[in-house]
Design a protein around this ligand. Structure first.
Ligand code: K7E
Ligand code: CUA
Length: 651
């Protein structure tokens, strides 16, 4: 330990010395002003300017990075178990992963979106969704913990996802068309019979709580990306469809037949009004609604039934199709709400629609026929402009708030900056390699912070030291404050970062909770001081009410447990200081450790299998005497009658 300490302090000293020297040198040299390293360097002890919340894709988690340094600050488990934090393993968080299919410990987390007020980031919550078992989630940005998960019924592979500009609704569109309601039918009969439900989830403005509001039962196209209107177009939402062909096999060929697919333009305010006035019909549905109480560290899972569905044909003037070339992926709305950028993956040009022209075309009832009763607007009528020869394989676009758009091109592997005024390309920079999403902090709000851009790449290849066949995906940070973009930094990400949301750190950090207050602890088995600690037996269930404080457990000796018992350790961390978690591990427990923040209580189930005397210990290095933070449990034979005893230092 001593040796480690002295090595550590030496390292710190070296880093400080490098830091000081570098600083002095830089000031002397004007040429160094363009130095990339300097612009991403955050000196030891200093904070990054932005938080970046990165989707973890198939890790089912979300990670928090500091920008511009690219330092990983935290991984937040959402749809997947995380042994590090005990999420999905301990008794309090297991209900978070409950669904109508039962417990599902994995998810595919795609898009993330920070809550907004008046179209500006407010830093209260970050919402996300999962693409496999359709679920949406809210993470609370005072605790950086998942606070709620809502399953989306009548849906399959939730992918198009958006938060409206006052966080009124979360929109979740089905990626895969399915029979709705689900039924046993021939796959070949898909065309005309499958549906594509778009789900609207109402968000409580005070708590962030989510309630299923209604589902718009769209034709059976696959819905890909969605964005809300903002400013001028607030009240509308836009979502791309691919596979308007309604192909059910070999989609790489069969879903690329039509010259044009669609962007759906949907006036959700109109539909909200319709539902408020009694419109729509209830459809059978079953879905889990899981809510976490941060004060009790305990989640509840409730099975709910039924969903209000709406047929778009019943609400004239609410839903339209905008034709767009070639299997569009992203559809992104600029900060003014006037421009809707559609990215046809296989198109040679980038199509930009005009919201005001769209409204005019609707008023003039200028349609190009309909699809399943939904009017198709005329392409020429709603076209705002075209970016010519922008690149190959456009996917996603973000905005800097200065009249510029930035689009990623997967096939030509580049980010292209272009002007919303004249649709001219201003700059292009390669990405390494094959970029998917990009992110500018606030880039999908009314008020972007157009200083940095992060490209999230699908292929890493030679960017880092090889780590076997699998490489972490690569993110790249560009400075976009000047006319030309400058690549500053590569950093690895966790899972596949489908999207990220960035926000100035000042909007979050002062609200970040430092401890859970012991006097607000609502866990039903919490104890608030060592004199309340005890062990109780109810049949073969044993409840251990235990506390932890630097550097011991109370009690730390327990006898009277038997093979076959179900032992619940309810462990309360009595600390009330910032950043003093303790951990709890028990040999043979078929689950992860408990990691318990100051003032919180967590519960672990242990089912002892064999007689003996077994140690338990703290897993998180908490003080110089962390190693002494341990205890013993004696396990007697099944059917024996040992006296239940517990003690700390003989008391
Ligand atoms: Cu383009 Cu799921 Cu946003 Cu990935 S999707 S890139
Ligand atoms: Cu408590 Cu280590």
């Amino acid at each position: 330990m001593k040796k480690i300490n002295s090595i550590l302090s030496l390292l710190v000293l070296v880093v400080i010395m490098i830091g000081c020297g570098g600083d002095g040198d830089r000031k002397k040299s004007g040429a160094m002003a363009t130095n990339a390293a300097e612009r991403v360097y955050v000196a030891p002890g200093e904070h990054d300017e932005f938080y970046g919340f990165f989707s973890g894709g198939f890790s089912g988690q979300m990670s928090v990075y500091g920008l511009p340094s690219g330092r990983l600050l935290k991984v937040m488990p959402v749809f997947s178990q995380d042994a590090e934090k005990g999420y999905g393993y301990n008794e309090g968080t297991k209900p978070m992963l409950n669904t109508s299919y039962g417990f599902i410990p994995w998810g595919d987390l795609h898009h993330v979106d920070i809550s907004q007020t008046n179209g500006e980031l407010d830093g209260r919550w970050v919402f996300t969704h999962e693409n496999n078992t359709p679920r949406v989630a809210r993470i609370d940005l005072n605790t950086f913990e998942t606070g709620e998960i809502l399953e989306i019924p009548n849906s399959a592979g939730n992918h198009s996802f958006a938060i409206t500009e006052n966080t009124e609704y979360l929109i979740a569109g089905t990626r895969f068309a399915i029979p709705s309601p689900q039924r046993d039918m021939s796959i070949e009969d898909m065309k005309g019979n499958f549906k594509g439900p778009l789900t609207f989830v109402k968000i409580d403005q005070e708590t962030g709580g989510m309630e299923l509001a209604f589902q718009v039962i769209m034709p059976g196209f696959n819905f890909d990306l969605a964005h809300p209107g903002r400013s001028a177009s607030h009240g509308w939402m836009f979502a791309t469809t691919y596979n308007s062909e309604e192909a059910n096999t070999l989609l790489e060929v069969n879903a690329s037949q039509n010259d044009k697919d669609f962007i759906v333009a949907l006036n959700w305010k109109k539909i909200e009004e319709y539902v408020k006035n009694g419109g729509g019909t209830m459809m059978d549905a079953e879905y889990a609604h899981n809510v976490y109480n941060h004060n009790s560290s305990t989640a509840t899972s409730t099975m709910k039934k039924g969903v209000k569905t709406v047929d778009p044909k019943d609400i004239p003037g609410a839903v339209f199709f905008m034709p767009i070339p070639k299997s569009p992926h992203g559809c992104d709305v600029d900060p003014t709400g006037e421009y809707i950028v559609g990215s046809g993956k296989l198109a040679a040009e980038l199509t930009v629609f005009s919201f005001s022209k769209m409204i005019k075309a609707i008023e003039d009832k200028n349609y190009d026929g309909d699809a399943y009763g939904i009017p198709i607007l005329k392409y020429e009528d709603i076209l705002g402009g075209i970016v010519k020869q922008p690149g190959l394989g456009p996917l996603h676009t973000e905005f800097d708030g200065k009249g510029n758009a930035y689009t990623t091109f997967f096939i030509s592997s580049e980010v292209v900056k272009w002007s919303l005024k004249d649709y001219q390309v201003i700059d292009r920079k390669p990405t390494y390699y094959s970029v998917g999403h990009l992110m500018i902090p606030g880039g999908n709000s009314r008020k972007p912070f157009g200083k940095y851009l992060v490209a999230m790449n699908k292929i890493t290849k030679d960017r880092y030291l090889p780590t076997g066949p699998e490489m972490n995906h690569s993110a790249q940070l560009y400075d976009i404050s000047g006319d030309k973009m400058e690549l500053l930094l590569d950093f690895p990400t966790i899972g596949e970062p489908h999207y990220a949301a960035g926000i100035p750190a000042d909007l979050i950090k002062q609200n970040s909770k430092k401890i859970y207050r012991l006097d607000e602890n609502e866990h039903e088995h919490a104890v608030r001081n060592e004199s309340e600690t005890r062990v109780e037996r109810k049949g073969n269930e044993v409840h251990v009410y235990m506390t932890m404080i630097r550097s011991h457990f109370a009690p730390d000796n327990i006898e009277g447990i038997k093979v076959g018992d179900k032992v619940y350790f309810h462990v309360t961390n009595l600390e009330q200081d910032f950043d003093v978690p303790h951990g709890f591990a028990m040999i043979g427990a078929n689950t992860a450790e408990l990691l318990i923040m100051p003032g919180a209580t967590k519960t672990m189930l242990w089912e002892p299998k064999r007689i003996g005397v077994y140690p338990l210990y703290c897993t998180d290095f908490c003080s110089a005497l962390h190693q002494e933070m341990q205890g013993y449990v004696r396990v007697s034979p099944a059917g024996s009658n040992p006296e239940l005893k517990w003690s700390l230092d003989g008391d």
